[in-house]
Design a protein around this ligand. Structure first.
Ligand code: SF4
Length: 338
């Protein structure tokens, strides 16, 4: 295991190895798993049973036998894990970890938007609250959004809350009319077309790769647009050696570490999601020790929100399908049969 010691760890005087050791012991004692989004700090990725993007982590959460899931991601992700595991304890080590994009749409906002487009089914990006999921018809991730929208038997579709991804899906599915909500990811929207031109000038041979949460003016400049797992796979399999990544810094840092023989850069200022960096080894220990920061979902909306997620799996992974193509990023340290 490669450990990444931050300055704050050194200042606290407790060595990372002993923190990791304590986490491993607590995990065993409590029958817990740690699942970690790839935007997290590298030292938090290193102690995870599963690293991945939203879809991979949802799949893992749905299949784990552990009693406790420690979710090192943002709030909606932990909520999704709880919806898929009503009987399990789901802990979010630091409750400050929310998603500004998910917070851009409330249940009232969604009802008002639905009223403007009566009869159109609602596809909600997984980056949304349980309440918004409960008011939607089917969920999607950036990996499967096109597939989910195509599966609907309707010419008009409401897509919430991400307009970057919504416009991307609209271009892939021209036969349908998407009514796209005006939400966005502040981290991906921080990247401007000018930033891309500057980097292209500096690295003229580089392949430009973008996440669809970027502003469409930005992802239109890219050579490849894909979800987090698709970006990882694309870069890892590509014959070229230089890549400009238009996505969050945690993904870039992970690829730089895993693919040392390639030059992988991003734009400046660094597209860093502060909400993804709250969880630390110490807060994971605290959560595990005291079952702290349990995630609960209001029972009045629980079943409806859960069925919106289940419907996504039914559409994208029908019974008998061998589709397990949900994560092609770095492998886990603990092998789990999915
Ligand atoms: S990167 Fe964007 S979408 Fe992801 S958690 Fe941060 S704000 Fe939300």
């Amino acid at each position: 295991m490669v450990l990444h010691i931050t300055l704050s760890d050194l200042k606290k005087g407790r060595d990372v190895q002993s923190l990791v050791q304590e986490i491993q012991e607590l995990k065993k004692e409590k029958n817990a798993v740690i699942i970690t989004h790839i935007y997290q700090r590298l030292e938090v990725q290193d102690i995870a049973d599963q690293v991945g993007d939203s879809l991979a982590l949802s799949r893992f959460a749905a299949k784990t036998d552990a009693d406790i899931i420690v979710f090192c991601g943002v709030h909606f992700m932990a909520e999704t894990a709880k919806l898929l595991n009503p009987k399990k304890t789901v802990l979010l080590p630091d409750l400050q970890s929310g998603c500004p994009m998910a917070d851009m749409i409330s249940i009232d906002d969604l009802r008002a938007f639905k009223a403007e487009h009566p009869g159109a089914p609602v596809v909600c990006y997984v980056n949304s609250s349980a309440a918004v999921k409960a008011e939607s018809d089917v969920c999607c991730t950036s990996t499967n959004a096109v597939q989910v929208v195509k599966s609907l038997d309707s010419k008009e579709v409401i897509f919430v809350p991400d307009k970057g991804l919504g416009v991307w899906v609209q271009e892939q599915v021209p036969g349908k009319k998407l009514h796209i909500y005006d939400g966005f990811c502040p981290t991906h929207y921080q990247i401007t077309p000018k930033d891309v031109f500057v980097m292209r000038e500096k690295y003229p041979d580089a392949v430009v790769v973008a996440h669809p949460e970027c502003d469409p003016e930005v992802w239109r400049l890219a050579d490849f647009v894909g979800s987090t797992s698709q970006i990882y796979k694309f870069v890892s399999n590509h014959e070229k050696q230089q890549f400009i990544i238009l996505s969050e810094q945690g993904l870039v840092a992970r690829m730089q570490r895993d693919m040392k023989h390639k030059t992988i850069v991003t734009t400046f200022p660094l597209p860093l999601c502060p909400n993804m960096k709250y969880h630390k080894l110490e807060s994971i220990i605290e959560a595990l020790k005291n079952n702290k920061n349990k995630i609960e979902v209001d029972e009045r909306i629980f079943n409806k929100a859960a069925s919106t997620i289940t419907r996504m799996f039914e559409v994208t992974e029908p019974k008998g399908s061998t589709n397990s193509n949900y994560w092609e990023g770095p492998k886990t340290q603990v092998k789990v049969d999915l």
